[in-house]
Structures are given as C-alpha cells and as structure tokens.
Design a protein around this ligand. Structure first.
Ligand code: SAH
Ligand code: SF4
Length: 497
C-alpha cells in the first residue's frame, strides 16, 4: 500500500522531499494544501509542478476518509460513517452548540475493552487507526462543511490510550501551526482508565484536556460495566488521576454515565463524592443512551437527585443536554447498524473535495485574522503557545460565566427524552449492574458480550504492568468482585433478576 499523506508530519515530509531532491519549502506548500486548504488530491495542488505531482502520486495516497453514510439529527448533530483505505469503517459525530462545533472522532476500528453498555465495545476490535486516519476524520468533516471546527474530543470508537503513539501524533499534527494549528486546549482525550496512558499523557506534557470514564466507584460494579477495571482497579486509577493533576496542574473531566437502577441512586452519588474528594474535577453526567436494552435509561427524577448531591458537595458538574438521540449518536451505533444491514435514512455519498471547496478554503485563508477570530475558530493564538496553561484558563470562572458549557456539547441522550417513551412505566429497578439478558444477540455481539477477561495480545504489555498493592479492604472487595463475576457470568447467560 502507498504511503498515506495524512500520516506525515513536517519532519517526515522534509525527509521525503529530500529523497526526491526537492527544496524544503515544498513541505510547507504540501502541508498547507492538505491541512489548511483540505485538498485531498495531489492534482489540485496547483503551485507544484506537474512532474512533482506525478512523482508524489506514485508514492503517496492523498485521500481523506471517504463518506459512506451520514445521519442528521433534528438538533443539528450529524453523524458520519467513513470508509478507510482498507475498507474498514469508523464513525465521527459533529456536535453543534451555538456557533461552536465539536468533532467527536474515533481512534480504533471497534474496541477491545468490551464495556457491557457500549455499542463499539460490543462489536469487537479490528485494528488501530493511524494518526492520519484519526486526524483525517476531522479534516474530512471540515471539508464537507466548508468551515473550521473549533474543538475535538477523542471520544468516538475505540480506546485512545491503547493506540497511544498514533493518537499523540495526531494531536501534535492537529496542533502544529504549519498543519491544522488547532489550539491544544481545544482537544480532549477520553480514556476508560488505562493507567499507563494517563501517566504517559502527564509525562509528555501534551497539554490536551483529559477525561476519564468512571461510571462507578465500587470495583465490583465498575468491573461489570467495564472489564478493564479488573486490570486497573479504582485505587490505581485514582492514584493516576491525582498524579496527573499534580504534574499538569490540570483539572480532569470525569465522565459518569447514569444507568437506571444501577449507579444512579443518591447513595451512588455520595460514594462518588467521597471517591473524588480532594481531586479537582469536572463531572459530566451522561444519561445512558440505550444500545440494545441491556441496561435501563435513568429516570429524570433520579438524575436530578444525583446531580443535587454533587452540587451540594461543591463539585462542578454538568448534565449533558440531549444531542442526537434520534440518530443513535452514541459512537459505535451507526457502524453496528450498518454492519447489520439496517436501512438508513440517507443514501451513501462519496466524499470528494471539489474545486469549489478548495476555492472556498483559499478565500478563507486570505481573510485577515485577529486573535479573537482565531480563538473563536479554535485556532492557536499567542496565548495557546506561550502563556502557562493555569494562568491562561481560569476555568472556574469560565464555567461560571457559562462559556465552557458552550464548549461542551454532547451527543448523548437526555433523560427527559427517554423517560417519555413509554418504557418508564414498565421499567424495573435492578440492584446491581448485572446486564439484562439480551433479547436475541447478533453473532458479532455473541463473540464479545459478557467478556470478563481481556486477552488481546497487542496491548498485553500495557495491561500486564505490575499492579500497585491493594489495601486489605480493597483486596476483600476485589475477591468479592471475582466471585460476583462468576455468578454474574452465569446469570448473564439467561437469568434476569
Ligand atoms: N474509550 C474511551 C473513549 C470512547 S467512549 C472511553 O471509554 O472513555 C466515550 C464515552 O462514551 C465514554 O465515557 C463511554 O463510557 C461513553 N459511552 C459509550 N457508550 C455509551 C452509551 N450507550 N450511552 C452513554 N454513554 C456511552
Ligand atoms: Fe471501548 Fe470506551 Fe466503548 Fe469501553 S466505552 S468499549 S473503552 S469505546
């Protein structure tokens, strides 16, 4: 397969051009065409000689991920299914909040971690994405829209910290002023709690925001929701979050998905408050977006009670408002549907950048830019590069003024929407996170559902790190968790309490 042009950073372009005996300034020209004018066909790079274009076309593939399907929500959320060079597909979601746009992008085809509530996890794992395929989703979205997108969240399909090198490289490329020049504080990486990944992020001082998907503060419950907790239990994860904060001075976002009757009681909220005491966090409460009826969506009254406990304890938090609930906006759902062959509203579209698109991009580039306009569009200003982060972002104030809220749109479901759909009456409370017996599992799902052990060899070294010693109380809990796991595995096969 040809080299993928989107995978090359500036140094790699310089090396390649040296080999082709080309002057260095060609690197800047090429990077500008790809990352700023979003031209994904060397033919359109008109300031390069025809001979050079031919040479480059022989060695490189300049394409961006190609649009296969698109779904549009009533609220403006858009979901894209992209085809990669090898035929695999991944999803991205575009979220709108006022004039601000946020792209939620994927880092893997599928995910090996098998969280029992997640459509991506239930579809199994295929492969890691390359840096260019990750950033390419963002550029392809911008090309389609014909405008800049302000923020990126690495919250699509896959676990970013299991594809760390490519994820970090994609961040650096998006942030590089010669490439996309997107402000580092406009980029968020979400992890299910891969401790070495959190440590590496702190070590590398990338400067992105970190989000951790917590969902439960009891090892037994969390392991049932997220089998990765077996490898990195809560005590270890908490330590990693604390150390991250100490090293970076950054507040960490905590993602807490609320499952009806599982982790959404006032007691659960109090336990969360105890767990997070002393750590500077912002908590995102996300009502579960139902995948296949295995878990219940939370009831509005429970969500509000849960939130009140956090408010009273002084924890900054936000209940994510509804976005995209009518288009299965939880990442992984569209690809899963597509694989199952269900009809979607829109016809497949091929993605190509027309001359008009590139003209528009050129015109955009010619506009004089002020620091304020750059900030609005998410591009780096001097502040992004030079001022220490802590001084630059008095985040508490920004939240109070409501500005940050705008930057944090969501594509998850709202409690109100789901509690109105008739399921409310029939819903029964279940005392633990035991997944409900799935009605009829599709074959792909059968393979991964209920997986408790993680055996993928490619990230074994990561997960087999020496674990920190557990305290006696935690040891007890972890043993209890294992026993419960066995019974729950048996129950999962059919019995619903
Ligand atoms: N693997 C990473 C990033 C991708 S998942 C992680 O787990 O953090 C992004 C977020 O979506 C996670 O917080 C995940 O728990 C949440 N999520 C996945 N499926 C969901 C669903 N059906 N409803 C609500 N949140 C979901
Ligand atoms: Fe993977 Fe994140 Fe889904 Fe878990 S929630 S299966 S880690 S994508």
């Amino acid at each position: 397969m040809k080299l993928y042009a989107l995978d090359l950073n500036k140094e790699q372009w310089l090396e390649l051009l040296e080999r082709l005996k080309q002057p260095k300034f060609r690197a800047d020209q090429l990077l500008q065409w790809i990352w700023q004018k979003r031209v994904f066909d060397v033919e359109g790079m008109t300031n390069l000689s025809i001979t050079l274009r031919e040479k480059l076309a022989e060695e490189l593939d300049f394409s961006a991920p190609a649009l296969v399907r698109e779904q549009k929500s009533k609220d403006g959320t858009r979901k894209f299914l992209w085809q990669l060079r090898d035929g695999n597909t991944v999803e991205s979601v575009l979220l709108k909040s006022g004039v601000r746009l946020t792209a939620c992008i994927s880092t893997q085809v599928g995910c090996p971690l098998g969280c029992t509530f997640c459509a991506t996890g239930l579809s199994g794992f295929v492969r890691n994405l390359s840096s260019g395929e990750i950033a390419g989703q963002f550029l392809a979205m911008e090309a389609l829209l014909g405008r800049d997108i302000n923020n990126i969240v690495y919250m699509g399909m896959g676990e970013p910290m299991l594809n760390r090198d490519e994820v970090f490289k994609s961040v650096r490329m998006l942030n590089d002023e010669k490439l996309r020049n997107l402000g580092i504080r406009h980029i968020t990486i979400s992890t299910s709690g891969i401790v070495p990944g959190i440590e590496a992020l702190a070590e590398e001082k990338l400067g992105v925001r970190l989000a951790v998907s917590l969902h439960a503060v009891d090892d037994e419950l969390r392991s049932r929701l997220m089998p990765v907790n077996e490898r990195f239990p809560l005590a270890e994860l908490k330590e990693a979050i604390k150390n991250y904060q100490e090293k970076t001075g950054d507040r960490v976002s905590i993602e807490y998905t609320l499952f009806g009757g599982v982790n959404d009681s006032v007691e659960h909220a109090r336990a969360l408050v105890r767990f997070l005491k002393g750590i500077h966090v912002f908590i995102n409460l996300i009502p579960f977006n139902s995948v296949d009826g295995r878990y219940d969506v939370p009831e509005a009254k429970d969500i509000l009670k849960f939130k009140k406990v956090l408010d009273t304890a002084g924890f900054e938090n936000e209940l994510r408002q509804e976005q995209g609930s009518d288009i299965d906006a939880a990442c992984g759902q569209l690809r899963r549907k597509d694989a199952e062959g269900s009809a979607l509203a829109l016809e497949p579209k091929a993605h190509s950048v027309t001359k008009k698109d590139s003209r528009r991009a050129v015109q955009r580039d010619e506009k004089p830019e002020t620091a304020a306009s750059k900030r609005r569009s998410g591009e780096k200003t001097a502040a992004d590069r030079k001022v220490p982060r802590k001084k630059m972002l008095p985040e508490k104030e920004r939240y109070r003024s409501g500005k940050m809220k705008e930057e944090r749109p969501t594509y998850r479901d709202s409690a109100e929407a789901k509690t109105d759909d008739g399921r409310k009456e029939s819903r029964k409370r279940i005392p633990s996170a035991r997944p409900k017996a799935a009605p009829e599992r599709k074959s792909a799902e059968k393979k991964t559902a209920g997986r408790a052990e993680i055996k993928k060899p490619f990230y074994e070294p990561e997960l087999n790190r020496k674990k920190t010693k557990l305290k006696p109380s935690e040891k007890g809990r972890s043993k209890a968790g294992q026993a419960a796991k066995k019974t729950s595995a048996a129950k999962k096969r059919g019995v619903k309490k």
